[in-house]
Design a protein around this ligand. Sequence first.
Ligand code: DAH
Length: 354
Amino acid sequence: MAETGSLELERLGRIESEALEALAAVDSTTALEAWKVAHLGRKSSPLASALDSLGTLPKEQRPAFGKRGNEVKRALEAAFDARAEALRQAELERELTAGAFDVTQPGRPVVRGGLHPARRMLREIFAVCAEMGFQVYRSRDVESDEYNFQLLNIPPHHPARDMWSTFYIQGDERAAEGTLVLRTHTSPGQVRAMREMAPNPIRIIVPGMVYRYEQVSARKEIQFHQVEGLAVGRNIRMTDLNGTLVEFTRRIFGAERPYRLRCSHFPFTEPSVEMDIECAVCHGAGCSICGSGWLEILGAGMVHPTVLRNGGYDPNTFSGFAWGMGPERIAMLKYGITDIRDFWANDLRFLEQF
Ligand code: DAH
């Protein structure tokens, strides 16, 4: 019986050496595939038929035969992989010596996207404001006349509305919200935030697009971003506003850049100021871009008592400051951009500079 056993094992050994011999003669990928079918194929290869006959062997011989069979199978598979790799290398070398391609040639550059300059500027502003404790609050682009104007202390037909050329939406007059507009500024977000958070203290910024019915020019667009700032709490003073704005400009423009705060007027703040930064082009001398040597970057002030009340805060207990800044304006000053229309013109020659 032991004799038959060793005969069977020899048969496996023969299958292995014949297969390896045939493999040594394989010199193309087509021939290699054919070899695989012939010697590792599950149906008709000698190895497969030998393994199929396992069941016909005496029980005690089966383990040794099975073990050897698997060894042969793994050896043939490994030999196949090695041969395939060798053929690949040979092919590569042939191409190299034939000069079919040049491995020293630099690769094709990857076209990388980048952040839009407006988004970049916004992120920079977010980072600075976040460090000062301001959270981002999102408010809507389509506003009611009530929030965009009335709750900000600008009654219907008041001449102060002339400060904003407004896109009115021909809405249903009977709509619960009354007349709808595209927000002309981010200030309505102040009242929405206050009504949501009263009587808790607030420190937020409200970023977003605002819309104005304007003649488009190098300095004016019909849409642009604003970042509103709002702090409400007890004992908030004008000096807090001043400190916040000065620190903000130092971080965005550097400590050396001259700035100034001027008295101004807004219906929703009292007192009100505007902040200017020295023009980067003429350095204060006055030029065609700035006129006076200064460029306005934001309006600000102490939140008007009426607005606090509209937001649900008692002005006898609470006070606050607010600002509204234009990030595109700031980016123009920072990067020396002279035409605001470049922001939304979608011209890659402009956008790729950032
Ligand atoms: N909303 C004003 C504008 O669009 C800017 C502004 C001024 C916002 C003063 C404020 C503020 O919060 O206090 O012109």
